[in-house]
Structures are given as structure tokens and as C-alpha cells.
Design a protein. Sequence first.
Length: 563
Amino acid sequence: MPDTADWLIAALAAEGVAIVFGNPGSTELPLVDAFARQNRVRYVLGLHETSVMGMADGYAQSTGTMAVVNVHVQPGIANSLSGLINAARARVPVLVTVGQQVTGMLNEQPFLGGDVLSPAAPFAKGLWEPRRVDDLPWVLARAIRLARTPPYGPVVVSLPMDVLVSDAPDVAHTPVGWGRAPAPDAPEIAALAARLRAAEHPVVLVGDGVAHAGVARQVAALAERLGAPMLGEPWASRVSVHANHPLWSGPLPIFGAEIRERLGANDLAIAIGMPTFRLFGSSPGPTLDVATALVVVDEGPPELSAGVDPIQAIEADLVLTSDALVAALGPADRRALARRDAVVATRAAARRAQRRAVPVAHGPGITPAGFARGLAGVIGPRDIVVDESLTAGRALRTLLGPRAPGSWYAHRGSALGWGLPAAVGMAIAHPERRVVCTHGDGSLLFGIHALWTAARLGVRLAVIVADNGGYEILRAGMEGMTGHPDGEWPGLAIRDPGLDIAQIARGFGVPADAVSDASELAGALGRVMARAATGPAVLVVRIVGTTPAIGYPIAPQHHPARA
Ligand SMILES: Cc1ncc(C[n+]2csc(CCOP(=O)(O)OP(=O)(O)O)c2C)c(N)n1
Ligand SMILES: [Mg+2]
């Protein structure tokens, strides 16, 4: 007679789940045993929960499916929290199952039990602990449906051991499919179309939600009919609209004061599929000038920051809403065509200037710009790029030029250690494509365990590590905060001893090289890319030179060190 663990795996298979990413403990042994009894759902082991969560995140983001994770009791969920933060921020549907002690023992504070839900509560859309086997079917159905209802996000289900080893529920799981946001109201669409038509200088703000909903074409059509520039949200992690679109004008900045300035000439901004606005920190004054009206369109309640007050908010399905808006707007009028020509001309010139502004390296060392230039020379349009390279890769996006949706992913959450595991998850999902992961040395260490899974599965993955000996972004932030370019601070450098990342990678079973001479960079990059055609490979690039000072999350005039 199959037990509940078999039932659970069959239920996941019925939902189209092909892989469970996990790290087991004794509470998970019945499940691990059940995995061995079937071949519909694969168990992929990660050696730390940061890797498990990151792999699931990358897998889900790049396939547009829900990922499933299994971790071990309180320590497992505790180690998963950084991944939950990242998944929640990036609106990734992930079902996290977590082992639990026998329910009857929970009040005794036993070794393997405790509250596994509360730690995840700030990040999960919903959390459940079925205490009777009869509760598992409806809990699972509700959890999966909620994760897959926009805005997507992680959900958590605790799996007590006594439930897991019970006889299976006598109902088979019926797939719950995907939820959709409601259709927009026709009068709302008409009112918005009228507003957009009346605007003198409209601008379209494009969030990651556009990529999630697959409405790049409609959003570009909207911008074309308005003759309006398209700007990406701050901290975008996806290519929402193909960046070679002539109206694409790059991302918004990350401070409110900068956004106000950037949108200062626009009397109407329409923000689609994004928070308005997720800021890096505080800056003086409001985020939008009174002359810039805002309209928000998203699949859930608008995520507004302080003082941002939209004149209209539509909470509805993005496909239906953008289709309806394009239809309601009709073809571009003369004013829109004139605006379009002006935007196209300034954008083309700005793009050329941006590329020219990336410094050309001189001397034997590899500078951040040299690193980015080298990479841009070897990354192809079909490669999937996963970027957590922070300062060293800053120019990469500009130099790479336009990327198609699904070929560039960046870190959206704030918890380091997403990039490498996410890249491994994407490489598992897309064996037909090469994945290129660009990473900082400091951030790499947070998710380093994923290298083992990459080696174990032999995925086609090139990991290029910018080794600048520490946390350069924090040093640049310290320079911005204190005005001192070369002070000595504790906690910002990884030196004495430095890391031998190539050696660490080899320890995980991944071939690795290091390069420090600019004249050897192109050759070394060529070799790691060639190696990645058949399995994972690492190249450590030693970086010289610093990056310019960056803004501190509290504007300098509020900080005593600069006052
Ligand atoms: C889990 C977690 N811990 C700490 C931080 C703070 N933090 C942000 S950036 C950073 C350093 C990143 O260093 P590296 O990846 O080497 O990039 P670099 O700044 O050198 O370009 C740190 C420690 C964080 N964001 N997440
Ligand atoms: Mg670094």
C-alpha cells in the first residue's frame, strides 16, 4: 500500500513537477525512500539550503514553472530564508516543503521539531502544517494554487513525519493549474487610455512583471502608440522588453531624488508590473515631482513607497489589460509620431555615448571595465547570462548590447548567494543552452555549494568570478559615505589569507583556472567557454583597480561623517 510520501510525489508529478531540489535530514528519509521507488520526479541534492533555494529559483524563473524544494526542520528553513527573501522579491513561485517531528511530540520541544512556519512568515504568501493526513490534499492544493496566482511567490508546507508515513490519502490529487488576476474593467481602461492620449510627455515604466506575464510585445506596442520612452524599473532582474527596441531607454535609477529628476519632464508615467518604487535608500524630497502623475498597472495591490500616490491603479491580468489598452489607444497620432522620432534620436546617441564611456584598459592588470569588455567578447546571444558580479560587471550590460527576454537574469533580492545556484538551476532546466554566470568573489562564497551539484549533473555552465579581493561595493560605499578613497576598515577585504577560488572550485569537482594578466584574458575566457560546452567550468579573473564611490543609502547630508 503506497504511503503518503508516494502520494505526495505522485501529486507533484500530476502538477507537472519534474524536479524537487532538496537537502534531507532524518525527517525526510521516508520521502527520500519514496523518490527511489519512482522515476517521474527527480530529486536534486544541494549541499546547503542557500544553494537548494537558488537552484529552485533559477529553474522556476527560466522555465516559467513552479519549483519545489524540500528542507529539513527548523535548521533547514532557517538556512532557506535568504532564498525565500530573493524568491519573494522576484515573485518566483516556489513550494517549500519542510520536514517536521511527529505531531504528538511537538509540545515537548523535541530534537527534530519546532515551529518551522513562523521564521518564513515574512516572506511566504502562505504557510501550512497539516496535522492529519486528510488535511494534506487540500493544503497542497491551496499552497500550489496560491504560489501560482499572481503576483507569484513562495509558499511553505510543513510535513510532519507521522503524516508522511501514514497510508496515502484516498483521494488522488487533481492538478490545480495557475491562477489569474481578474480582467480589467472596461471603464477603467477607457479612462486610462484617455489620460494617456491627453498626456504631453508620457513615459512607460516597465517592471519584471512584464516578463513574468509575457507581455513585452503589448507593452512595446503601447509605447509605440504613445511615442513614449520605455524605462526599466530599478533593480530589474529580467529582460522585460528587448533592449534593441528603439524606444528602450534603460533602467530607472535607485534613489528617489534621481527618479524625480529622470522623470521630471514627463507629465504622466504608467508603471506596469513593478513596485513604485523599490529604492536603495533615502534621499531628500519626494520621489515624483507634483507635475509627474503616476498610473500603476499590476496583477496585485500596488506596492507603493512613501509619498507615491497614483492617480489611477488597475489591479488586473496584465495580458488582458495591455491588450485592451493597446486596442483602446488606437494607432499613433501625429503628436505621438513626433515624440517617437525625438526619443529614438536621443536614445541612439545616448547608447553610443554610454558604450564609449566604458574606459579602455591600459597596463597588465585586468580592470573592472577590462573584465566586462572581455566577457562581452565571448558571450553569445543564445547564452543565458546570470549576473551577480556587482561592481566588476557594472558595464557588462551596456557592452553586451540588447539581450532578448530569457537571456539575462540579475539578482533582484538583497540576499547574496543567488547567482551561482540560480545559474545551476537554469543550466539544469536548459541543457540545450550554455549558461554563463558572472559573479563577485564575495557573493560567490554564499552559494558556492551549488558547484557540486553542477559537477554532479555535468551541466553546461561557465562561471566567471571577478576576484577583487573582497567587498568592493562596500568599499566604494564607504568612500561615498566618508569621502575617503583609501581608508582602512575592518570587514571589507578578503585578504590575509586571500581566497584560492580556483582551488575551492576544483575541490567541488569543477575544473578551474585563474587569470591576472590582461593580455591573457581573451584566451582564458575562450577556454572556459569551450569547456562549458560539455560541463561546468570556472575562471577566476583577478581584478585590479577600484570602482567610483557610490551613494550611501542615507543621503550624505543626513550622515554625521559627512555633515
Ligand atoms: C546574505 C547577505 N550578506 C551580506 C550582504 C551585504 N553585502 C552586499 S554586497 C556585499 C559584497 C559583495 O562582494 P562581491 O560579490 O565580491 O562583489 P564586489 O562588491 O567586490 O563587486 C555584501 C557583503 C548581503 N547583501 N547579503
Ligand atoms: Mg569582490
